[in-house]
Design a protein around this ligand. Structure first.
Ligand code: BGC
Length: 379
């Protein structure tokens, strides 16, 4: 009798334990750990989001930075496809914007000057004579407030940052919420929502550097890309748009058909000389404000395919031209030139000084919204 009782108890224990430990591959989940401490002792947390298929991403509440994104190749092998650092110190000291949300203004504002409602503003100059990615302490260098979105069946993390009136020279108190969702369709869905209490400008974007090969010893030159754009915004030497929209036809910026990135990157074409490679804004085909396909990026050896969808008018495509081996990333790997590429959905650079470009002005009572999706599959 006693042994029967013990057997039953053991069976019950096993069953209840199984129930607590479901097959993790069939359930999405989120875990949290301490990533490090800022110089002022504030703690930085890392969130790991895993979806039902086993795809995972890690995000820290410093800079809303994506520190890893692990997706399968065509044989099912899961590997990290974004550049980054092993420790918080790397992100605190780094100048590359790895994985971060940049803002208030993604990309450049000529001489850091713009006018709004007849008032002249001067924002921080931090790139030659221009303003870049929000200034000295942009959204990539601040602590955000993170909240797990419990109402979502798929793992989702909401990050919020309140940028004070006058920060880096920008007017108005701006509240920006960014939600990262890892869907069961292997998409990283990023939704933005911003408000202000004074007229201001807002143009945030995501600055992950992708390398789909599975090894950061490889460059991205053999990645094959298609961009849904017939025009781009030519730039001057300081990478400020001239204001024209130029046809991509008959230029090395024509990615209307799938083309390996390395095929024309060193062509003697003035725009490529100015950018030291690709570092330009493509004018995406009109989408009426709806989310539509913008880019396909394919890495032939691993078979990984990334498709980018966005509701934004522009896509900055940057080939990591300024990486020079000085940034030592994950596992101590020195990231060489062109080991990662960025696809930054946003409005056009220097829009505040180009009335003909889609507006980035945000007024009290209005809500800034953006949806951008990076979807992973294989072929
Ligand atoms: C810009 C590059 C800049 C890089 C910084 C990109 O978005 O287009 O010009 O050097 O960010 O990491």
């Amino acid at each position: 009798m006693k042994s029967l009782f013990l057997c039953l108890a053991a069976l019950l224990f096993i069953l209840s334990n199984e129930a607590c430990q479901p097959n993790r591959k069939e359930q999405s989940y989120m875990t949290t750990s301490v990533f490090g401490k800022l110089p002022d002792n504030r703690e930085v947390l890392q969130y790991t989001l895993t979806n039902r298929t086993g795809v995972s991403m890690q995000v820290i509440n410093y800079g809303a930075i994506i520190t890893s994104l692990r997706v399968p190749d065509r044989t099912g092998k899961i590997e990290d496809v974004v550049l980054g650092y092993d420790s918080l110190q790397g992100y605190v000291d780094g100048t590359t914007y790895f994985g971060a949300i940049v803002g208030r203004y993604g990309n450049r504002i000529g001489k850091g000057k713009f006018q709004l409602d007849g008032k002249q503003y001067q924002v921080t100059i931090n790139d030659g004579e221009n303003h870049l990615h929000g200034g000295k302490v942009g959204f990539n260098k601040v602590l955000w407030q993170a909240k797990v979105v419990s109402s979502s069946a798929e793992p989702a993390l909401e990050l919020q940052y309140i940028s004070k009136d006058g920060e880096e020279g920008y007017p108005g108190n701006v509240t920006l919420k960014v939600t990262y969702t890892l869907t069961d369709k292997n998409e990283l869905r990023i939704s933005y929502e911003g408000t202000t209490d004074q007229p201001t400008i807002l143009n945030p974007t995501q600055h992950s550097y992708f390398n789909l090969s599975g090894s950061f010893a490889n460059t991205i030159l053999d990645h094959v890309m298609t961009i849904e754009a017939d025009r781009f915004t030519p730039v001057d030497k300081g990478l400020i748009p001239t204001g024209q929209l130029a046809e991509v036809a008959n230029t090395p910026l024509d990615f209307r058909m799938p083309t390996a990135i390395g095929t024309r990157i060193n062509d003697p074409f003035e725009q490529l000389t100015f950018g030291k490679g690709y570092d330009h804004n493509w004018v995406l085909r009109e989408g009426g404000g709806q989310v539509r396909k913008a880019v396909e990026l394919y890495e032939p050896k691993s078979g990984r395919l990334m498709t980018v969808y966005t509701d934004q008018p522009g896509m900055q495509f940057y080939t990591g031209n300024f990486l020079d081996g000085t940034a030592h990333g994950k596992n101590g790997v020195a990231y060489q030139r062109r080991t990662g590429l960025c696809l930054e959905a946003q409005a056009f650079p220097d829009t505040p000084n180009k009335p003909q470009f889609p507006s980035v002005t945000l007024k009290p009572g209005q809500v800034y919204r953006q949806t951008t999706i990076y979807q992973f599959s294989t072929k």
